[in-house]
Design a protein around this ligand. Structure first.
Ligand code: EPZ
Length: 422
């Protein structure tokens, strides 16, 4: 377990490169099981979630090694279709392995996935999709057991454009007999990156980024060297660190078009936003303006993974803002923690009424989940005095060395690794 100490009051200025995308790397790592040749992956972030995924791949028999900043995953030695309980219980994305393990071995056995406690997070759409591809699935004793021999292509209508279900079905369909069409598919950029990776490996996938994804099954894929896309949520988080401290921050190696919903909101707050091909710069006013109404929606709507960080910004804005969370049922746990730092907000079911204060103050707060924790780190940078964030390991699940990145912008985060009884 770790906690962070944040000294507030610095105005963040400067330019920082963005890490590779967690939410693109995880399904791509799961997809390596579909290819019985070595795969070289670049720009995979070194964070707790990808490390856990690599541990799971190793437990299935894959060989994983690092060569410089590249990762070599070789699944030729994979020989096990039973996912480890503890590791999978820590990682929501372990569920993606159901599709690729089933496709590779004709059977799969997995516990229910873990991950951030931000809502009920059922997997009914994942199982509906795999069943449509002819998988025989039983659920008992906390385990999901799939058998299916050869998977058959099918048309799958998703009741909700779930990111995970879309990716899981894409993986299962790659080596299935015939054609699979996913309708009402999620359109997130990470799904486009997964399609790019699968096509580079010789699979036949098209339509990612639109509500209709089509996969023509092929017998096998081939090895490849692939660079994972930059992380749009991390890009947004560092831009917001500049906005909340009234600074001037540039994020390089980014894809500005994938963070447009946030850039629009930052302009509304009074930030000057400059887009280049692969970088974004924001110059923030001393105090941000409040924003009338924001709601989270599946891509290209405002991302739920930036809602807590925007919430922190609006907590110091001049005026009252309204923020509705449409994607997850309970993703406002940071609201109570921000109140410990002097913020003023009221939660009415899935809507927050946020009345900005001039300045927050340091306090001892808890990161209940990854993005909520990142929001508390931003608030701590704006606050007077020192903030202690408990369970900061939850932030390290998705941010690679956030302390050094913030230091490069002139802020101060100190990591403390220790076992604390909570
Ligand atoms: C992915 O989670 C991301 N995780 C999440 O990021 C992100 O918040 C989410 O997509 C939405 O953008 C990864 O990519 C690893 P969903 P996922 O399936 O796949 C309901 C972060 O901070 N649903 O699109 O779990 C579900 O309950 C994480 O990086 C069903 O009802 O999201 C939720 O309300 C947090 N049945 C909604 O859909 C299902 O079978 C969206 O879930 C599946 C989902």
């Amino acid at each position: 377990m770790s906690h962070w100490l944040i000294s507030g009051g610095s105005v963040l200025n400067g330019s920082v490169p963005v890490q590779g995308s967690k939410n693109a790397a995880l399904p791509i790592l799961a997809a390596t099981l579909l290819i019985e040749e070595p795969i070289e992956l670049k720009n995979v972030p070194v964070i707790r979630d990808t490390e856990n995924m690599l541990r799971i791949l190793r437990s299935l028999g894959c060989t994983v090694k690092r060569e410089g900043d590249a990762l070599i995953v070789d699944s030729r030695t994979a020989n096990n279709c039973v996912l480890p309980t503890a590791l999978s219980g820590e990682l929501r994305s372990s569920i993606f392995l159901l599709g690729s393990v089933l496709s590779r071995f004709g059977a799969a056995d997995a516990p229910y996935p873990g991950g951030c406690e931000i809502g009920n997070r059922p997997i009914d759409l994942h199982l509906k999709g795999l069943r449509a591809l002819n998988a025989k699935i039983t659920e008992e004793g906390g385990r999901i057991r799939c058998a299916g021999g050869s998977l058959q292509g099918a048309t799958v209508d998703l009741g909700y454009p779930s990111v995970g279900a879309t990716e899981n079905i894409m993986l299962a369909a790659c080596r299935a007999a015939g054609t699979t069409t996913i309708r009402n598919a999620a359109c997130e950029p990470e799904i486009v990156d997964l399609e790019r990776f699968l096509c580079a490996c010789g699979f036949c996938v098209h339509g990612a980024g639109t509500p209709a994804v089509v996969i023509e099954g092929v017998l096998k894929g081939h090895g490849v060297s692939y660079r994972v896309m930059p992380d749009r949520i991390v890009t947004g988080t560092y831009l917001l660190s500049g906005a909340i401290t009234g600074g001037d921050v540039t994020v390089t190696g980014a894809q500005p078009e994938t963070v447009e919903p946030l850039l629009f909101k930052l302009s509304e707050c009074g930030c000057l936003v400059t887009r280049q091909t692969d970088s974004v710069r924001i110059r923030a006013p001393k105090r941000p303006r409040a924003i009338g109404f924001t709601e989270t929606r599946p891509y290209p709507g405002f991302p739920t993974d930036l809602q807590p960080q925007l919430f922190a910004l609006l907590s110091v804005a001049d005026g009252t803002s309204v923020l509705t969370e449409n994607v997850f049922e309970s993703r406002f746990r940071h609201a109570q923690e921000l109140k410990k730092m002097g913020a003023e907000n009221r939660i009415l079911d899935r809507t927050a009424i946020i009345t900005g204060v001039e300045r927050l103050h340091g306090a001892c707060v808890t990161a209940h989940d990854l993005r909520g924790g990142a929001a508390l780190a931003l608030a701590g940078l704006q606050a007077e005095g020192e903030t202690r964030i408990l369970h900061a390991e939850r932030i390290e699940r998705g941010y690679e060395r956030m302390d050094s990145v913030i230091a490069a912008l002139g802020g101060l985060i100190t990591r403390k690794e220790e076992s604390i009884g909570e």
